[in-house]
Design a binder for this molecule. Sequence first.
Ligand SMILES: N[C@@H](CCC(=O)N[C@@H](CS)C(=O)NCC(=O)O)C(=O)O
Length: 237
Amino acid sequence: MPLAIVLLASAYGGSLTLKYFDARGAAETTRVLLAIGGLQYEDKRYKIGPGFDAPEFKAEKESGALLLNLDRAPILMTDEGSIGQSKSMERYVAREAGLMGRSSFEAATIDMVAEHVRDVRDAQQRKGFSKMARGKTDDEKATLSAEWYGADLPGWLSRLEACVVQLSGPGAMHAVGGRISYADVCIWSLLREGSAEDVALVTKAAAGCKTLQCIADGVAELPAVSKWVKSRPVTSF
Ligand SMILES: N[C@@H](CCC(=O)N[C@@H](CS)C(=O)NCC(=O)O)C(=O)O
């Protein structure tokens, strides 16, 4: 299967530059998709100083280079022009890497799973217990975090598990179409990306989700993914 991906990916002959902060954040899924597709790119990272001071980012913003993401990062530069919005970049790279299925229907199904994953992340954000969240005490955040990992997240994950089981059967290695896709990468990211503490909590919440675990394991074991994860810059988020 990885051979098929590399062959499809090799159709892309242009140059690519990904511009983002020196962080995983909103750019990391694109970086992982680029790694799976074997697509070469320049990984341009804006340094983040104390107090989130980022002079290179500020200069780029002022130069108009980030206009297509409304003066924010990330931006993916291609030979045809730049792409703003991390999800648009992810879908573009996934398509170039042969990770968007074999038909429009498969592409929509892959997108559906990706949007489910985004809904889970948005729900976590709304819960408001992250370190960055303002206006709550540490005790309030601890209560919200316990609710999220103990009840909300297991509920979301069991519904995502049921969705994937309906698509591909229990214990499937892939969410859609019997082969690796953007959907699998989104599931892997949801279950396996983050601090060791977060991943441990998510793993506990996903204990009953055997199919999601199989899919995440399959992505983690791809040589391109394990190589990237081992060699990428170590950043705190
Ligand atoms: N929906 C956009 C959000 C972009 C965004 O909020 N980027 C943040 C970093 S994750 C940023 O550039 N923040 C700095 C700023 O807005 O000045 C995407 O996914 O690309």
